[in-house]
Design a protein. Structure first.
Length: 336
C-alpha cells in the first residue's frame, strides 16, 4: 500500500478506545513483511486481555517513533478528495501511523538501522498502552511521539486532570418533589460552582481550561433522581494542586469527586530546522519519556479538526511528515 492507501485502510478499521484489537492485528500483519525483509524484530506487548501494543525494531532501537492506535467515538469511515483524507483517526493518529511506517521503509532502503516503531493503545482515555510500554523499555535514547501539530515541533504540552463527580439523592414521585431530593439538581449546582474555580495561567502554555465532558443520571422524567454523574477534565499548565483543592472545596458535603487521571504539563525541546509551536492537548509522552528516551512531539494534521465530524488530514502534510520523521531519525542516530 502507498501512504494514502495505508492511511485509509487504518481509518476504515474501527478502533475506539478499548476496541483496538482489529487494528493491532492489521498492523502486526502489515509490519511482518517489513520486519522479516530487513531482519527486524516484531512483537506484541500485552496491555490487557485483547489489547496489545505493537513494536517493531531493526537493530537496537536508539530512536523510537511512536503514536497511538485508538480513536475517540464516533467511528466513521474514510473518504478522499484531491487535497485531504477524511475519517475518524485520519489525523489523530492513523495518518501519523502511516507516515511513520513510510518513513521506516525509506530509512531501511537507505540502510539505516537501530530504530523502531511503537504503536500503543489507550492514549485517548488513560494512556494504558504507554504505561505498559514504560514498564518494559528497550533502551531507546530518543522518542519521537506523533500527534497533530501541523508538522511543527512542540515546545510544550498541557497536562490533564480528570474527575468523576457523583451526586446522590432520594427517589420520589416527581409530582411531590418535596418528598425526595434530586441528585441531578445537586449535580448541576456543583458543576456550576466548579466552573467558577479560578484557572491557573502559564506564560508559554496559556490558561488552564475546563470541560464538562459527560453528564448522566436519573431514572425517568416522572421520578426524582437518586443519582447523577459527570466527567470533567481540566487542561493544566502547571501544578494542579489548586484545582484539586478547588474541586474538593466545592463538592464537600454535597457530592463526591474521584480523581481518575492526572497527566502533567510538560516542557519539551526544539529540533534544529523545524518550526516550533505549543499545544493545549495531552499526549503519551509523560508516560513514555522516562523509559523510552528524550521526547520530541511532532506530527501532520491539525488538532482543531481532531475529535470532530470534520476530521481530515492534508495529503501534502502526510508526505512532508514522512521526510521529517526520516530526517529526524537519521540526525538523532548520527549525532544525538
Amino acid at each position: 500500500m502507498n501512504l494514502f492507501e495505508l492511511t485509509r485502510a487504518l481509518v476504515d478499521i474501527e478502533s475506539v478506545t478499548n476496541n483496538e484489537k482489529q487494528v493491532g492485528d492489521f498492523l502486526f500483519a502489515h509490519l511482518s513483511a517489513l520486519a522479516s525483509g530487513y531482519d527486524g524484530r516484531l512483537e506484541r506487548m500485552a496491555v490487557e486481555p485483547g489489547r496489545d501494543n505493537v513494536l517493531v525494531c531493526w537493530g537496537e532501537p536508539i530512536v523510537t517513533l511512536s503514536t497511538h492506535m485508538d480513536t475517540v467515538p464516533p467511528f466513521f469511515t474514510s473518504r478522499e478528495d484531491d487535497e485531504f483524507l477524511w475519517g475518524r483517526g485520519s489525523c489523530d493518529a492513523k495518518g501519523i501511523i502511516a507516515a511513520m511506517i513510510a518513513a521506516a521503509e525509506k530509512l531501511l532502503v537507505a540502510g539505516t538501522r537501530n530504530f523502531g516503531l511503537l504503536f500503543v493503545v489507550g492514549e485517548e482515555r488513560n494512556s494504558a498502552g504507554a504505561k505498559a510500554a514504560a514498564a518494559t523499555p528497550r533502551g531507546a535514547r530518543f522518542l519521537i511521539n506523533g500527534e497533530p501539530t501541523d508538522n511543527r515541533i512542540a515546545l510544550g504540552s498541557k497536562g490533564a486532570l480528570r474527575f468523576e463527580v457523583t451526586a446522590r439523592g432520594n427517589l420520589a414521585h416527581s409530582a411531590y418533589p418535596e418528598l425526595g431530593h434530586s441528585a441531578i439538581h445537586t449535580l448541576l449546582d456543583v458543576l456550576q460552582d466548579i466552573r467558577r474555580i479560578p484557572l491557573p495561567h502559564d506564560e508559554m502554555l496559556g490558561s488552564s481550561t475546563l470541560n464538562v465532558g459527560t453528564i448522566s443520571g436519573g431514572r425517568a422524567p416522572n421520578v426524582v433522581a437518586d443519582e447523577a454523574r459527570a466527567e470533567i477534565m481540566f487542561r493544566t499548565v502547571g501544578d494542579p494542586d489548586s484545582l484539586r483543592e478547588g474541586v474538593a472545596t466545592v463538592v464537600a458535603g454535597r457530592a463526591e469527586a474521584r480523581e481518575v487521571l492526572h497527566t502533567p504539563a510538560i516542557r519539551l525541546t526544539g529540533f534544529e530546522g523545524l518550526p516550533n509551536t505549543t499545544v493545549a492537548f495531552t499526549t503519551d509522552i509523560p508516560s513514555l519519556s522516562g523509559a523510552w528516551g528524550k521526547p520530541f512531539l511532532i506530527g501532520p494534521g491539525s488538532i482543531h479538526v481532531a475529535h470532530t465530524a470534520e476530521e481530515r488530514i492534508a495529503k501534502k502534510e502526510l508526505v512532508e511528515a514522512v521526510e521529517i520523521y526520516a530526517r529526524m531519525v537519521t540526525r538523532l542516530l548520527a549525532d544525538g
